[in-house]
Design a protein around this ligand. Structure first.
Ligand code: PGA
Length: 258
């Protein structure tokens, strides 16, 4: 079976100006050792205005944290006021781009077909998508969670080759757990991540399903990170609130020491 190195990603959402962001990344890097980077890949996803500053810090200080973005437009250029193209992110050495986060889907109305175009555009520019999927509390209570996630995966990954799917990241983020302090139990998170892997197997075959990295997201904190990360089908975490401070994010990255 493929060896899947864990990936812990900090999604800062609309927090930290570029001064605060620089301080945060420097402070994080002081707390992490080469053992931590050997054990686990780390990415930070600051707001667009901070990308250039954080790129400079990571590169000049040789910090092995991957620069990530939270979103991008699917077109290369054009009259899309306020948007950022994948080519612009590529130029900043962005490695990972979050796509289809539930806040983008629910607040900004992103559809599965737009998400699919973005996934393709991100790959075209040599970056790796973190495709977010997950159900609302109503969908879960109605027994629809699995069907919702399956549809998000089938439509979000439509027309994408097996090798690309094998190399990407899927984040299972139940919407009811995001920013609420309520975390899915390790068993529930494992159950849905196993279903995500099963679905990838159906879409792209066994090899891809064994290589794709699946993150859990939704109120991951230092206190629950180890239990979640120890589940067989959970290969990482997409962390919001607890990734805003260097100390708590570092403790999540060092979950194996707990
Ligand atoms: P949270 O956010 O950790 O604050 O719940 C996770 C996310 O939205 O990716």
């Amino acid at each position: 079976m493929a060896e899947r190195k864990p990936l812990i990603s900090g999604n800062w959402k609309m927090h930290h100006n570029h001064f605060e962001a620089i301080q945060m990344v420097q402070s994080l890097s002081y707390q992490l050792s080469s053992d931590d980077y050997d054990a686990c890949d780390v990415s930070v996803h600051p707001p667009f205005t901070n990308l250039r500053s954080i790129q400079t810090v990571l590169e000049s200080d040789h910090i092995p944290i991957t620069l990530g973005a939270q979103h991008c437009h699917e077109e290369q250029k054009g009259a899309y006021t306020g948007e950022i193209s994948p080519g612009m992110l590529e130029k900043l050495n962005v490695g990972l781009v979050i796509v289809g986060h539930s806040e983008r889907r629910e607040i900004f109305g992103e559809s599965n077909s737009q998400v699919n175009s973005k996934v393709k555009a991100i790959f075209k520019h040599g970056m790796t998508p973190i495709l977010c999927v997950g159900e609302t509390i109503e969908e879960r209570e109605e027994g629809e969670a699995e069907r919702k996630v399956q549809k998000q995966l089938e439509e979000g990954l439509h027309g994408i080759g097996r090798e690309r799917i094998a190399s990407m990241v899927v984040a299972y983020e139940p919407i009811w757990a995001i920013g609420t302090g309520v975390t899915a139990t390790p068993d529930d998170a494992q159950d849905m991540c196993a279903k995500v892997r099963q679905c990838i197997k159906f879409i792209a075959g066994k090899d891809a399903s064994e290589s794709v990295r699946i993150q859990y997201g939704g109120s991951v904190k230092p206190i629950n990170a180890a239990e979640l990360m120890n589940q067989a089908d959970i290969d990482g975490a997409l962390v919001g609130g607890a990734a805003l401070e260097a100390e708590s994010f570092a403790r999540i990255i060092q979950y194996r020491l707990q």
